[in-house]
Ligand binder design. Structure first.
Ligand code: NDP
Length: 341
């Protein structure tokens, strides 16, 4: 996991008395735990930058942090992803300068007008990529990238099952997997989402809320199974996903939007055909500045040249963060959800 958000209120402040609006969590809970508050403008400490947020990305991890599933010291400002402009830099910062257009997935409280970021986690935006698009694609785009290129190197001989394929990561992963030549079998909850998944490159789409996706995968692969399952849904799909794999296939469990999975007896991996299981996280695939810049540069380059489509399915004013969370958790969103201060 990446860096933990701290508290804007705990950080050193300039004497100007200027205030900033931010979405704070005082104690874990549902969407109503998100409150718009007025805070002093923080000054960047050593190796930090202060950015003016043009758009903040809403990600499912924000839900886990708000609800307490991933516990954080309270109170804190929510949000990890933003695009914007560098407003000030702290001592020792050499990677960015005031005025640079940047995005990051390691923001210390991105749901705010101004936010602090470790300067070495800031990514410069190409000329043709807006700060809004940067916020819309960075975290989920780099996730799709490492899943399709590194966790498992998809190729022409592969078939993969992508759950929640019309979601933020899902639509990007469908595009990257199909571009690598893999046959993409997607699951989604509605006919509208099925259209989006198809347009993103899915060869087959299963409505997993109405059909038995395990039986459908067996039918579509003539009983062979897929080489990889990309599972971000967790509890509701994990066990059946193992049954969809061919021998020596790989289960990539990278999220848990329906809840955490039950403990697993490793012997099951043997019985199902010497399967591989991994539970990856973006932080481990962008651990160094070199890897962060390379991965981000590739994804942003595709956005700049139009070869990767970024769908913003919902845009909310900062003060409506709670509603944005209700929509995301209620499975009513597709593509990216943004907050605009
Ligand atoms: P999504 O846009 O994919 O939203 C979640 C989707 O999950 C919903 O739209 C819904 O799609 C599906 N879903 C299925 N069951 C449920 C449920 N019970 N409650 C809510 N949603 C459900 O979100 P993100 O793209 O932000 O994230 C997708 C997943 O990827 C999350 O689990 C997230 O934690 C994970 N993730 C992991 C990363 C990593 O490095 N490990 C990095 C980034 C994200 P449908 O209606 O089609 O069922």
């Amino acid at each position: 996991m990446a860096l933990s958000p701290g508290s804007l209120a705990d950080l050193p402040v300039p004497n100007s008395g200027a205030r900033v609006q931010a979405i704070r969590v005082q104690s874990p809970g549902g969407p109503d735990a998100l409150r718009l508050e007025d805070l002093p403008v923080p000054s960047p400490g050593p190796d930090q930058a202060l950015i003016r947020v043009e758009a903040a990305g809403v990600n499912f991890i924000d839900v886990y942090q708000r609800s307490g599933l991933y516990p954080l010291p309270m109170p804190f400002t929510l949000g990890k992803e933003a695009g914007g402009t560098v407003e000030a830099v702290g001592p020792g910062v050499t990677t960015v300068a005031v005025g640079d257009r940047v995005a990051s997935e390691s923001v210390i409280g991105a749901y705010a007008e101004l936010a602090l970021v470790p300067a070495n986690r800031l990514v410069p935006l190409p000329e043709r990529v807006s700060a809004r698009d940067g916020a819309a694609v960075l975290l989920q785009g780099m996730t799709a990238h490492y899943l399709a290129f590194d966790t498992y190197k998809l190729g022409r001989r592969d078939s993969c099952l992508i759950h929640a394929a019309a979601g933020g990561v899902g639509l990007l992963l469908c595009q990257m997997a199909s571009r690598r030549g893999a046959r993409v079998i997607a699951t989604v909850s509605t006919a509208e989402k099925a259209e989006l998944a198809r347009a993103a490159g899915a060869a087959e789409v299963i409505l997993y809320t109405r059909e038995d996706f395990g039986a459908e995968v067996q039918r579509l692969t003539k009983g062979v199974g897929v080489t990889v399952v990309y599972d971000s849904v967790g509890r509701a799909t994990f066990a059946k996903g193992l049954e969809c794999l061919r021998p020596r296939g790989m289960m990539v469990l990278y999220g848990q939007s329906s809840g955490p999975v039950e403990p697993l007896d490793p012997q099951v991996l043997n019985q199902r055909g010497s399967l591989f299981l991994t539970r990856p996280a973006l932080g481990h695939y962008t651990a160094t500045r070199k890897e962060l810049i390379e991965r981000a540069g590739t994804v942003l380059g595709w956005v700049a040249d139009g070869s990767l489509q970024v769908r913003v399915g919902g845009e909310f004013p900062l003060g409506e963060a709670a509603q944005a969370h209700r929509e995301l958790e209620g499975r009513r969103t597709s593509g990216k959800v943004l907050l605009v201060p």
